[in-house]
Design a protein around this ligand. Structure first.
Ligand code: 6PG
Length: 240
């Protein structure tokens, strides 16, 4: 792996403040350059304080376009829903036009139908054809202790899907929808938010380029990535 771009913060609060500033800087730049900001959100727990902090942001919300990088195949009001968390923490409290917020469809007959539908949403929104990949201004990602990111889990077929934008994953029997590796790698900017000592082992393999990449899927993210770590995750992994 090329030398990763890493910033270490003492705790989640400091990481969240820096992430808020970074997201708003990316938004300002994208809006200045192209009149819109296309952002894909991560799920899990780490980004929730960031989403809550964005409620008070001073930014042209009418030019923000929100997507999700992955989703559990549950209804929006289910406690596991990544979109449900982001709506409650942030999106219900800011004036982004509703037709510019695109939760992954999880009420379809089956996950593959939902994946196909979300691909169409991406193609229509980005004005691209089959075989082309949208270039998100920013994709937020987390990482699990096993090195998974989005819903790209170790040694699953989702890791090798190269011609799709969205694919179906599975975690403990629960279907997931997820961005594919090539879609993520096409982003102008990727920001990983990783906290907790239980991430050290995976980070060591990912930054060290050791171990089976399919065992630590975040290693497959070779695009323009910046890593925000808290001290607990970076301990013994990154020399300060
Ligand atoms: C999900 C997330 C997942 C998450 C990691 C880290 O749907 O669960 O997209 O990839 O980012 O599991 O989760 P934490 O931030 O809770 O550690």
């Amino acid at each position: 792996m090329a030398t990763p771009n890493i910033r270490v913060f003492p705790d989640l609060a400091a990481l969240t403040a820096a992430a808020k500033q970074f997201v708003l800087e990316q938004a300002t730049g994208a809006i200045a350059q192209g009149g819109q900001f296309t952002l894909a959100l991560a799920g899990g727990n780490t980004p929730k304080p960031l989403y809550e902090s964005l409620v008070s942001a001073d930014t042209p919300w009418s030019q923000w376009h929100i997507f999700w990088g992955d989703e559990r195949y549950v209804p929006l009001d289910h406690p596991d829903s990544n979109a449900g968390m982001a709506f409650q923490a942030w999106l219900n409290h800011v004036p982004i036009p509703k037709n510019q917020i695109h939760p992954m469809p999880t009420a379809d007959a089956d996950p593959q139908t939902a994946a196909d539908r979300y691909e169409q949403t991406l193609r229509q929104t980005f004005g691209i054809r089959e075989g082309e990949f949208p270039r998100f201004d920013l994709i937020l990602l987390g990482m699990g202790p096993d090195g998974h990111t989005a819903s790209l889990f170790p040694h699953t077929a989702a890791l090798t899907v190269g011609d799709r934008l969205i694919t179906v994953g599975n975690k403990d029997g629960q279907a997931r929808l997820t961005f594919t590796v090539p879609l993520i790698n096409h982003a102008r900017q990727i920001l990983f938010l990783v906290t907790g000592a239980n991430k050290q082992t995976a980070l060591r393999h990912i930054f060290g380029g050791t171990g089976d990449p399919h065992l630590y899927p975040a290693r497959l993210i070779t695009g323009n990535a910046l890593w925000f770590l808290d001290q607990a995750a970076a301990e013994g992994v990154v020399q300060n």
